[in-house]
Design a protein around this ligand. Structure first.
Ligand code: ZN
Length: 522
């Protein structure tokens, strides 16, 4: 069934950020003229997002190279609008105008995007887009066949494009990897991240060892088994909705690597996957729902503009990981919900108490796969990728060295060594998509989330709300402080405005040590 968008027009949204401007003024102003071009660019971007979604969920295997041509054309059209001389002229003129906060933020984003695109020759940009859309399929096949060599030449090409593009954008003396990091999380360059990851390494690697040597055994074998897929689907739907994902503005599909994408705040899409580990799909759904709720919470006046998405990758991960771990793996969360799980899976969970279930989903077990990592090990998986990316970009590491180095780092930090590339260097899609500099935002997001949690516990009965099933009260606070702003403000600014403090990684370390120290009596 199709829903006529006009049918949704009756909704009333509180628009605290939104400025009501006189329509006539809007059309004739310099900003109004710029907005028309940006709307066109946005339309191309929306089409590209939709094709990308389709590629990952429903498109047939052979569609790839054919669809890639369409993606190439659309990307070129997007680039041409964003970098046209008219847009460049309007952006310059806007600098002399008196603009509202919202307009200023849009101009700032448009200028950054224009500069990012204008420095890349159009043929190169187009060729790169085609390469990337092809490379994710090559990567998927290589992973399936456990064959890193089949992916290595493509990866090499992507890295060389990434370095070239970063060199176009680099300011005098700026390191290439810092340019890449900046596109995901402003204000966190290598200097800042070396300090952050250094702290995690120093505190968490020995703490993990203590936990593993504690002698505490947590049973979790009941999480694996014949969990019927239809039941898992039903559970996924229930949990997404329970934490606040609105299915009248969102959908859920299945993909190899769960992700969230958003066309605008009334069309947000999440994916999941099902396996015989029930907790894997369950927490992945809560995680993606966290991303989705963030996108749905962006105010109406900001959506479909350049500031209509989450503030940054790190802030996005803070919201998904907040939902997955701080909410979803919290014992209090399961008080109103666990009985339903037992009724859905009587053979698997009928004899398992809620306390046993909660301990099991928090079990620490150093493993090989980042997306299945427990909270304590998670940032160490990210640390491995951060150190390897630095080597690839700043030290020209040969991609052929990657599988061995990957395994060595896993052994050093997590005490486990992958036997195959599929379980090692080939597990993530990010490098195939050209997303270098993205990984650190996963760890930063977890740290942002812990800082928000510390603040929320001081200001509300957090666990009490979970016990009474009132997740909405928690979502509302996140919505008011974070979601509604979209990209209007930067992530560090939002975090500071909410918690009254600048970013402080100690909250994250304290949170992990307190939680797992209690669970493992260390
Ligand atoms: Zn995520």
């Amino acid at each position: 069934m199709e829903i006529n968008p006009a049918a949704q027009n009756g909704e009333i949204n509180p628009m605290t950020n939104c400025e009501q401007k006189n329509q006539k003024h809007k059309e004739t102003s310099v900003f109004g003229k710029l907005e028309k071009h940006l709307e066109q660019a946005m339309a191309y971007q929306t089409a590209l997002i939709l094709i990308e979604w389709d590629n990952e969920t429903l498109a047939p295997e052979q569609a790839g190279p054919y669809t890639a041509r369409v993606q190439g054309t659309l990307s070129a059209a997007y680039q041409s609008v964003m970098t046209s001389s008219e847009v460049q002229k309007l952006l310059r003129q806007c600098e002399a105008e008196s603009l509202s906060e919202q307009e200023c933020a849009i101009v700032r984003e448009a200028k950054e995007e224009m500069e990012r695109l204008a420095c890349i020759p159009p043929e190169e940009y187009r060729a790169y887009q085609e390469l990337v859309s092809e490379s994710t399929r090559i990567w998927a096949k290589a992973r399936e066949d456990d064959d890193f060599d089949a992916f290595a030449p493509t990866l090499e090409k992507i890295i060389s494009y990434q370095k070239k593009f970063a060199s176009y954008r680099a300011k005098e003396g700026q390191k290439l990897y810092d340019v890449m990091l900046d596109s995901y999380e402003k204000g966190f360059d290598m200097e800042k991240l070396n300090e952050f990851f250094g702290k995690l390494k120093e505190e968490l690697v020995p703490f993990l060892k203590k936990v593993m040597d504690s002698g505490v055994e947590i049973r979790d074998e009941f999480l694996t088994g014949a969990y019927p897929e239809e039941k898992q689907q039903e559970l996924a739907h229930f949990l997404a909705e329970y934490v606040g994902f609105d299915f009248t503005k969102g959908v859920m599909a299945v993909s190899a690597h769960p992700f969230t994408t958003s066309l605008h705040n009334h069309d947000v899409r999440i994916t999941t996957h099902y396996s015989d580990h029930v907790d894997s799909s369950l927490f992945s759904v809560i995680h993606e729902a966290g991303h989705g709720i963030y996108e749905m919470g962006v105010e109406d006046c900001l959506t479909q503009t350049l500031i209509g998405q989450g503030a940054s990758m790190g802030m996005h991960e803070s919201q998904s990981r907040f939902m997955e771990n701080i909410v979803g793996r919290n014992g209090a969360f399961w008080v109103p919900v666990y009985q339903k799980l037992q009724e859905m899976f009587p053979d698997q969970l009928g004899d398992i108490s809620r306390e046993q279930f909660v301990e099991a989903v928090n079990k620490v077990q150093p493993g090989l796969i980042r997306t299945e990592a427990d909270e304590l090990c998670y940032s160490l998986h990210v640390l491995v990728r951060y150190e390897l990316e630095k080597k690839l970009i700043e030290e020209d590491l040969d991609v052929k060295e990657l599988p061995k180095l990957w395994a060595d780092y896993y052994e050093k930090y997590l005490g486990v060594r992958p036997a195959t590339d599929a379980q090692g260097v080939l597990q993530d899609i990010h490098w195939a998509q050209g997303s270098f500099g993205y990984f650190p935002s996963y760890a930063l997001g977890s740290a942002f989330a812990a800082q928000m949690y510390a603040w929320m516990r001081e200001h509300m009965d957090f666990e009490g709300l979970l016990r009474s099933g009132d997740i909405q009260a928690i979502v509302k606070v996140l919505g008011e402080h974070i979601h509604k702003y979209g990209k209007l403000k930067e992530s560090r600014e939002l975090l500071k405005a909410m918690t009254g403090e600048d970013f402080d990684p100690d909250y994250y370390i304290r949170y992990l040590k307190e939680k797992y120290g209690t669970l493992y009596h260390v």
